[in-house]
Design a protein around this ligand. Structure first.
Ligand code: SF4
Ligand code: SF4
Length: 217
C-alpha cells in the first residue's frame, strides 16, 4: 500500500512518544549538556598520541617515522623529526616528533593513521566538544594538546588498550630475552683491535707465547 512505510514510522514514533512517559527505555533523548549518554567503547572522533609514565614528552611512544603523515588521506598530519634521540619503551634510542600537529578541521576520523602506526603511538579519542570560534588555528592541535596518557587510553578504550599493553609487553620480553641470550652466548674468537691490545699485553707479560694474528678492525 502506498505510504505504508510512512504510517509504520509514524506509529513507532507515536508509540515511543507516549511510552516515554511511562517507560525509561522509550525515552531515547537526554538533556545535553547537563545529561550525557555514556560514550561507546568503540566510538572514535579525532586521533591522540599515547605516552607512558608521568611525563608526556619523555614517554611519548611516537618515533616520528612519518608513516601516518604519508598515509593520511586528507594530509592533515604535520610531523618534524627530532635531531636527537631518546630511549623508547624497550630502551632503544629512537627519534621523536619535534613537531606533531593534526588539523582536526580537515581530519575525517578514518583511523588510517592508527592502523598504519607500527608503534601503537596514535589512537582515536572520543572527545568531541572541540568547537571554537578560531576555525583554523584553534583546530590545529599540537603534540602537547594531542598527548594523552596510557591510563586515559585505558579509560576510554579498555579492551583495546589492554590488548595493546599485552602486545607491547610480549615484544619487550622478546627483546630482553634476545639481549640476555646474546650476553650469555660464548664470545667468538677475538679478532679485532681490542684482541690485539689484549694479546700484546699478554705477550708482554709472557714473551714465550706467540700472539694470535690480528683480524679486521
Ligand atoms: S583519522 Fe584519518 S584523516 Fe584523521 S589524521 Fe588519521 S588518517 Fe588523517
Ligand atoms: S604516530 Fe606512529 S606512524 Fe605516526 S609518526 Fe608516530 S610512530 Fe610513526
Amino acid at each position: 500500500m502506498l505510504g505504508e512505510g510512512i504510517l509504520k514510522g509514524l506509529a513507532e514514533t507515536a508509540k515511543n512518544f507516549a511510552g516515554s512517559y511511562v517507560s525509561k527505555e522509550r525515552l531515547t533523548t537526554v538533556e545535553y549538556p547537563e545529561e550525557r549518554i555514556p560514550t561507546a567503547e568503540n566510538a572514535r572522533v579525532f586521533p591522540f598520541l599515547v605516552y607512558d609514565g608521568p611525563d608526556w614528552q619523555a614517554g611519548m611512544r611516537c618515533v616520528a617515522c612519518q608513516i601516518c603523515e604519508k598515509e593520511c588521506p586528507p594530509k592533515c598530519i604535520f610531523i618534524e623529526k627530532s635531531k636527537d634521540k631518546k630511549p623508547d619503551y624497550v630502551g632503544k634510542q629512537q627519534f621523536y616528533p619535534a613537531r606533531f600537529d593534526i588539523d582536526v578541521s580537515v581530519c575525517m576520523s578514518c583511523q588510517i593513521c592508527v592502523e598504519v602506526c607500527p608503534f601503537e603511538a596514535i589512537k582515536m579519542n572520543t572527545e568531541f566538544e572541540l568547537a571554537t570560534d578560531d576555525r583554523f588555528g584553534g583546530l590545529l592541535l599540537d603534540r602537547e594538546k594531542l598527548a594523552r596518557s596510557n591510563e586515559y587510553y585505558h579509560r576510554i578504550h579498555p579492551t583495546e588498550a589492554t590488548e595493546v599493553d599485552g602486545r607491547l609487553a610480549e615484544e619487550k620480553a622478546k627483546v630482553e630475552a634476545k639481549a640476555k641470550a646474546a650476553a650469555a652466548a660464548p664470545k667468538p674468537a677475538a679478532t679485532g683491535s681490542g684482541a690485539k691490545t689484549a694479546a700484546s699485553a699478554e705477550t708482554a707479560a709472557s714473551p714465550q707465547k706467540v700472539p694470535p694474528a690480528g683480524g679486521k678492525d
